[in-house]
Each structure stands twice: as structure tokens, then as C-alpha cells.
Design a protein around this ligand. Sequence first.
Ligand SMILES: [Zn+2]
Length: 274
Amino acid sequence: MNQKLSKTAIISIDVETDWGGRLPASTETIRGVKVGLPKIFEILNQYQCPATLFINGEIVPYIQEEINISIQKKFEIGSHGFTHRKMPELSKDEIIKELAKSKAILEEYTGQKIRGFRAPQARIPEGLYQYLKQTNYEYDSSVFAGKMPSRFNNQNVPIEPYLQDNIWEIPVNSLPLIPLPMGLLWIDLFQLSLIQLLSSVSPLPPIVQVYMHPFDFIPAYSVEDLSIPWGAKVWYTRQQGSALKTLNCLLYWLQQLGYTFRTAGDVINSCSMS
Ligand SMILES: [Zn+2]
């Protein structure tokens, strides 16, 4: 393990439309970004914590202001695809288009090189790493440790970044003793105190990556004509007021444990050097 990377925490935010990216992009469907994201930024500020934002290409024209703020804060911006469609259901050409189009629009609006990618719903299509190489990405962060029925089943995921087909993969670790990835919503659902207790039996890995969504921080609103699986409905309509407090306490805890907050790209820089 690269010494520089021991006890590193990456805070990643998947930026998409509300209801898990299921709504078409418009000014009406990004309440999470408009209301929730500033609240996340406020908390990150308190801990001088940088973030990595994986942004959906199709909402970019609606969120120039939030992109500008992220650039000012020196946050990293990566791609979360152009649309939020399930990539394994797309053709090779469609996948390449998703990767290239999102990279192009993000580079246009940020004036920066887009290096990283995260697949919508962490659903990895076959050949992804080759397509990432083809479209000039440097790293991927779509491997979520743990299991979510029909989405992914990743047991024994490496605990540190690794190279696959010349693309770095920077996985999201699982919760201690719970086979689910380290998402803020899961931590909120199980309660941080339980996660802390379990981590005394099964300590957090040297590189921790937490993921969250801006809509995790706003009350869910009802939408017509949206077929949403029952499980997701329960997920999105739960009490959401506690997410902010959970994020605050989580960052405090990681800091107390001696973790340094870094962006995913920054971690990849250290990996490439070692
Ligand atoms: Zn997403």
C-alpha cells in the first residue's frame, strides 16, 4: 500500500435528476441539485473536505452555477454518463456515445479535462474498460462492493485501486459486516452508531469511498407516470431530514479516525506514481 494513501477518504456525489436519475432532465427535475447540493457543500466546507462529482451529461446545461461553485472549491468533476440509462442494456455504439458525449459537454462547461467515470446505478456493461480507454478516460469508479439484487454482486472486491485494461478502478468499499456499498443513504438507514459499532469488529479499509446523491438531502415529491420499483419507492420516500446530520457526523468520525479527505483523481495520481 502506497503510504500516502493510507487512511484516505473520498467523498463522491452522483449528480443526476431526482428519483435516482429516472426523471428526464429539466429545470423541474433537479431539485436535489438546487436544494440538496448546496447543503452538502456547506457541510464539506466545515471539514475542508473536497468532493468528486460524477455528473450526468444531460443535466449540465441546467447546473452551470453549481459547476462553477465546484470548480471554485477545487472539487473534481467526472462523468456519470450522458443519460442515466442502464448501460448493460445499451449497444456498444450507444455506450461509447454515452462516454464521449458526457465527457465533451463536461469539458466544455468546466474547461477541464474529465478523467473519471461512474456508471449509472453502478451497472457495469461488458467491455467498459476498453471503451473508457477508447474515449480517453483515466479511471473508473463503478465497482461497488457488496450486493444489490439485479444491479451488481461484487464479493471480494480489492480494497485499494487497481488497474484493469490500463484503466484505474477505484472501488467503493462495503459497510463493515454488511454486504452493501458505503452509501450515505445506507449509513443513514442503519444509523451511523451501528456502523461505528460494527467497524470496531471489522475496521474500515485504508481507502474509504462514500457515495451519495443530492436528492438524498431533500424531501421526496410525488411524480406522475413514473413506474418505480417498490423497493426504490420506500427508499426515496423515507424520512430524509437526518441525512445532513449523518453526513456531518460521518465526516467528523472519519476525521477523528485520522482519515485525510482527497478527490478520486488525486488518489489516482498517487497510484500512478507508485
Ligand atoms: Zn446515478
